[in-house]
Write a protein of this length. Structure first.
Length: 523
């Protein structure tokens, strides 16, 4: 049976336009989706928008429009950006979708039935930007301001429904402890565990509907209350799959892809995903996701991104960078520049440098010189090698980087070590460039007695660059298709990526095509 792979991004708030933070997670999810599809798995890739909550209500009011109008407008920007970045999501969920609202209500009904929620009173601080409750001690440590955006916390005092979170804390601690890959990276996992060990209160899971102007999902047991936006939002990961079944057309999909293989998120929203979400699932006897991976945050040119500083990597800036360097280069850069999980800085100079050294020089130039030599010395037809497996000098240069790539790539992807994966690919490209420099095929070409040797060398180069391109395919699908076409490979090979990337599959006689540089150098 084909293995399934289910990957999700956070669903993004529609109070504001998309930026590099949103693009980052979504590109990472896209690379995972494309990699697993290329390996022959049945992939489901979900993204979407988070449309309820006080933050959206206030943003809409400031613009003098309704929350729905705001959501309908902003959602277009997200969808367009995903098209611009060639994102291959299989579904796009909006929390205002009927399929979602109805299922969230059903989930709440089940919690009520199991006596997991009760009516109480919430008295305390709230971070409206993060839609997050803040304890008195954290609030006072941060001078009653949001730790994320510095805005004033708001005092809430109102009746609310509570979820018995406290009682589930020992169970989630045990789960995180006994499943080391459940929360990643490990530094974040330790933070979550130590916070959990300090004790967890029950969680307020409703807001008074009147305070939200009626914008939200009504609590089915008490329509004067709306479901807390995070309970609403987290549920998207199952409601989009038709879970729970409620008698509509989405039921047919129910559970096909659950549990998620990975929820990709940013570090600021880990607590919700590593604690609230799994506790809610445990309560409902639904299996937990395999992994929640929290990546770091981008600064820009050394400073926190902000509109007032003018260093905000907005959708417009992303579009401009994609026009200049290609969208594939942008996708490549964000995952290559920073180790996933760590914070990183976006700088135009770093982008230009990495583009020139890694894409233009290491990969692009290797392809150009290989194609050019095959064109010149063998009339454009890939020569037959003396042997198709790697031996002698070929093995000396290429065997080790190739083996490392084959052995480590799957593990790197499984651990979201995107930069390391790309690093291993570049090692093979560099080794091949060194191999050309050492074997000097351009000199051998002058000696007709060396023709077979020359053929062997150029075959090895063509194979190495083909393998380099294949491994880069999930990151740069268009550039790779273009690159492979120059090696005469246009038809889709149905074999899994790791099999296509074996040395010796390239048919001698395949006709290469000379063309403009794949990654033109940038000044
Ligand atoms: N709606 C919630 C998520 C609900 S998921 C069930 C939300 N939305 S958000 O639009 O505010 O943020 C979405 C993501 O963007 C978060 O993962 C956040 O970490 C990420 N980023 C926001 N700014 C960022 C950077 N400067 N750098 C990297 N990621 C950043 O939270």
């Amino acid at each position: 049976m084909t293995k399934k792979f289910y990957v999700t991004t956070p669903i993004y708030y529609v109070n504001d336009a998309p930026h590099i933070g949103h693009a980052y997670t979504t590109i990472a999810a896209d690379v995972l989706a494309r990699y697993h599809r290329a390996e022959g798995r049945d992939v489901h890739f979900l993204t979407g928008t988070d449309e309820h909550g006080i933050k959206i209500v206030k943003a809409a009011a400031e613009k003098g429009i309704s929350p729905r109008e705001l959501a309908d407008k902003v959602v277009v920007g997200f969808r367009e950006l995903w098209d611009e970045l060639n994102i291959s999501n299989d579904d796009f969920i909006r929390t205002s979708d009927i399929r979602h609202e109805a299922r969230v209500q059903e989930l709440i009904r089940r919690l009520v039935k199991r006596d997991e929620i009760y009516l109480g009173k919430y008295e305390g601080w709230y971070d409206e930007g993060q839609e997050e409750f803040v304890t008195e001690s954290v609030a006072s440590d941060n001078e009653y301001k949001s730790a994320i955006n510095g805005k004033d916390l708001v005092r809430y005092s109102e009746p609310s429904w509570f979820f018995r979170l406290g009682k589930w804390a020992p169970k989630i601690i045990e789960h995180i402890e006994s499943n080391p890959s459940f929360v990643q990276p490990v530094s974040r996992r330790n933070e979550v565990l130590s916070k959990l060990r300090q004790g967890v209160d029950d969680l307020s899971i409703s807001r008074q509907s009147a305070k939200l102007g009626g914008w939200g999902i009504p609590m089915p047991n008490d329509p004067d209350h709306s479901v807390y936006v995070w309970i609403d939002a987290l549920s998207n990961y199952i409601t989009a799959l038709g879970m729970p079944e409620i008698g509509d057309e989405f039921d047919s999909k129910a559970g096909k892809y659950w549990p998620a293989d990975v929820h990709l998120i940013g570090k600021d929203i880990l607590w919700f995903h590593a604690v609230y979400w799994p506790c809610m699932l445990m309560t409902l006897d639904i299996p937990l996701p395999e992994c929640v991976f929290a990546h770091g945050w981008w600064t820009c040119e050394g400073q926190k991104m902000s509109k007032s500083l003018g260093n905000f990597i907005s959708r417009e800036v992303i579009a401009e960078l994609c026009r200049e360097y290609s969208r594939d280069a942008f996708r490549y850069f964000v995952l290559r520049e920073v180790s996933f999980g760590a914070d990183g800085d976006f700088s135009r100079e770093a982008f230009r440098r990495r583009y020139n050294t890694e894409l233009a020089n290491d990969v692009g130039n290797l392809l150009s010189r290989t194609v050019k030599m095959i064109d010149r010395y063998f009339d454009g037809a890939v020569p037959a090698p003396q042997q198709t497996d790697l031996t002698g000098v070929e093995a000396q240069f290429l065997a080790e980087p190739l083996k490392r790539l084959q052995d480590e790539s799957a593990g790197a992807i499984a651990g979201c070590r995107f930069s390391k994966y790309v690093g291993a690919v570049l090692e093979l490209a560099s080794a091949t460039n060194r191999y050309i420099d050492a074997t000097e095929p351009f000199k051998l070409a002058k000696d007709s007695s060396q023709r077979e040797r020359l053929g062997t060398i150029l075959y090895a180069c063509a194979e190495a660059v083909r393998i380099v391109l294949i491994y880069l395919e999930p990151f740069m699908p268009e550039k790779v298709a273009d690159g492979l076409a120059r090696l005469g490979l246009t038809g889709g090979d149905p074999e899994p990526l790791s099999r296509r990337a074996c040395f010796g599959r390239l048919e001698p006689g395949t006709r290469v095509v000379q063309s403009e540089p794949l990654f033109p150098r940038k000044q």
